[in-house]
Design a binder for this molecule. Structure first.
Ligand code: CA
Length: 225
């Protein structure tokens, strides 16, 4: 599980990161709002721990901008004393939970598990669609009209990632982290192979959906009806 901590108090960020790493989380740290926003845009995180008072861009703005960009990674706001109003605004702006500082590690881990589980349940029910295609992320069945094709788990995960981030160019690195896992030794060529598998299946279904690739930049879905 991949966690992004956006927190300008470096000792606190490091301390939380250390505890999370001990619990087998993969952790990145951003020390200001802008960097946090840029990192979060990659869409590779399973959860974001977001401080409110941050240099360059405050936490609530980061959150709103992320939701505007259709990044729906679960966000837990880390609220300091006296930020109760911010917390309410935060939940309105699309935060999934908040945790008052200081907090206990067990509490933090419990909250992380709760928001990611909630998201998992939500995702499982949803058939994802893009252009003329529909993907059932549970059964891995890809449909176009009455035609269907069974994808492998990896193809389905890759397509799911592309559809849920349909407005963003996804780099090979981001795809590898999300689909293969951050500890995998998969390479760009693996991604290319799976992209070509998906293209073949789109073609077999007569779909107008394309996977556009821009060299050194990444992949994005396109649909021209
Ligand atoms: Ca702060």
């Amino acid at each position: 599980m991949k966690v992004l901590i956006v927190e300008d108090e470096q000792y606190l960020a490091e301390a939380v990161a250390q505890v999370l790493r001990k619990n087998n989380f993969d952790v990145d740290i951003s020390l200001d709002g802008e960097d946090g926003f840029d990192n979060a845009l990659s869409g590779v995180y399973d959860v974001i721990l977001l401080d409110i008072m941050l240099p360059k861009m405050d936490g609530l703005t980061v959150l709103r901008e992320l939701r505007n960009e259709e990044i729906f990674t679960p966000v837990i706001l880390l609220t300091a004393k006296g930020e109760t109003e911010d917390k309410v605004v935060g939940l309105d702006s699309g935060a999934d939970d908040y945790l008052p500082k200081p907090f206990k590690t067990e509490e933090l881990i419990a909250r992380i598990k709760a928001v990611t589980r909630r998201r998992g349940e939500f995702r499982n029910e949803d058939v994802l669609s893009f252009g003329d295609l529909e993907l059932d992320p549970l059964t891995f069945v890809l449909k176009r009209g009455g035609e269907k094709y069974s994808l492998t788990q990896k193809e389905a995960r890759l397509l799911e990632y592309l559809i849920t981030n349909k407005d963003i160019m996804l780099s090979s690195d981001a795809i590898i982290e999300k689909v293969w896992g951050y500890d995998s030794d998969a390479m760009d060529s693996n991604v290319q192979v799976y992209i070509s598998f998906l293209r073949k299946k789109f073609a077999a279904l007569g779909s107008e959906v394309r996977i556009k690739n821009i060299r050194n930049s990444g992949y994005i879905l396109e649909y021209k009806a």
